[in-house]
Design a protein around this ligand. Structure first.
Ligand SMILES: Cc1cc2nc3c(=O)[nH]c(=O)nc-3n(C[C@H](O)[C@H](O)[C@H](O)COP(=O)(O)OP(=O)(O)OC[C@H]3O[C@@H](n4cnc5c(N)ncnc54)[C@H](O)[C@@H]3O)c2cc1C
Length: 306
């Protein structure tokens, strides 16, 4: 937790961001986590995964736009992505994950909601599902409330719950009641103890309890983790309950625990790979670095090698 906090805090400094984005040292690590910068590159990676039998969620990186114009541009970029996926022979295996702050949440609920609805209308023409990722806790209530307003008109959307938040049991009740698709994650942002559990074992036990509720009660939930022990527990639970393998899906990030992705896929479970791409990779990249000290060691080794 200390390491994570240190990385997330340091990465917010402007000079660190400049150094990381300009340095070639980080490139091998960036390309391990990020599937390129263009829509064409991302769709090609998605099609490769789909051909192997994986589902894909494409994430066009970018969040927290600063102006109305940027929010509208964010919508245009997402619409272009939807059309590119719509033209793919693998359209049925691909969906998208979005950030409401890329559609103008910082410019106001009305701005983000209008853009979100336009995107969902366009996506529905290709039968495409759009998931609103969950961002930092200052946005949790507004994201859930927006999904609650929009879902009755646009059932091709759902969102994400983070087990580290103290509020998540109540949010889970709300979303089960709503009936939208829910992805469960541990949570990737730096949050204070007034809103989030700081103890890893508490987050893990919340994650397991909430996963069990989701796989039994929810509409095609996504259990999104690379934690092998948790996967074994939830898988064992689902098998004991004789739940159908297609009742829920596993989700993992591009470039992380490909061995587990393949193992679950070969065992007959739906597995979806979350594939980020685009030029705005820095915030996503630093969240991944913060999750695992070994990722920094990898960079340090490349430094000494050459
Ligand atoms: C599909 C998907 C979508 C997500 N969407 C969101 C979202 O909308 N909002 C949000 O806050 N968070 C999101 N996350 C991130 C999530 O909150 C966690 O930060 C992240 O998944 C790491 O937690 P973990 O469950 O894998 O468990 P951890 O306990 O962090 O990790 C378990 C094991 O997984 C492996 N691992 C985990 N992370 C890495 C890494 N970066 N590099 C290498 N190995 C690693 C290691 O072997 C580690 O021991 C998403 C995660 C996934 C998989």
């Amino acid at each position: 937790m200390l390491f994570r906090a240190l990385i997330l805090r340091t990465s917010g400094l402007r000079w660190v961001r400049r150094a990381v984005t300009r340095s070639r040292l980080f490139r091998p690590m960036v390309s391990r986590f990020i599937a390129g910068e263009t829509v064409a590159e991302a769709v090609s990676v998605a099609e490769g995964l789909a051909a192997q039998g994986f589902g894909v969620s494409l994430d066009l990186l970018g969040e927290n736009v600063a102006t109305l114009e940027e929010a509208n541009r964010g919508l245009e970029h997402y619409l272009a992505l939807v059309e590119a996926i719509g033209a793919s022979p693998h359209v049925a295996s691909i969906n998208i994950s979005i950030k409401l702050t890329a559609l103008g949440l910082d410019q106001g609920d009305e701005v983000a909601e209008a853009n979100y609805r336009k995107l969902l209308t366009a996506a529905a023409r290709h039968d495409l599902f759009v998931r609103a990722d969950m961002e930092a806790s200052e946005y949790t209530e507004r994201t859930i409330a927006m999904v609650e307003r929009v879902f009755p008109d646009h059932p091709n959307t759902g969102t994400v719950l983070q087990s580290y938040l103290l509020r998540t049991d109540q949010d889970l009740d709300r979303l089960l009641e709503l009936g939208c698709r829910v992805r469960l994650v541990k949570g990737a942002y730096l949050e204070p103890e007034s809103v989030a559990y700081q103890d890893k074992s508490k987050v893990d036990s919340q994650y397991i309890d909430q996963s069990k509720r989701l796989v039994c009660e929810a509409n095609y939930p996504a259990i999104a983790t690379h934690d092998a022990a948790i996967i074994t527990t939830v898988r064992g639970f689902a098998e004991t309950k004789s739940l159908e393998k297609g009742r829920f899906e596993w989700q993992m990030l591009y470039g992380i625990r490909r061995d587990l992705q393949a193992e679950l896929h070969h065992a007959g479970y739906p597995v979806r790979v979350y594939v980020p791409f685009g030029q705005e990779w820095y915030p996503y990249f630093t969240r991944r670095l913060a999750e695992r000290p070994a990722n920094l060691l990898f960079i340090a080794k490349s430094l000494f090698k050459g």
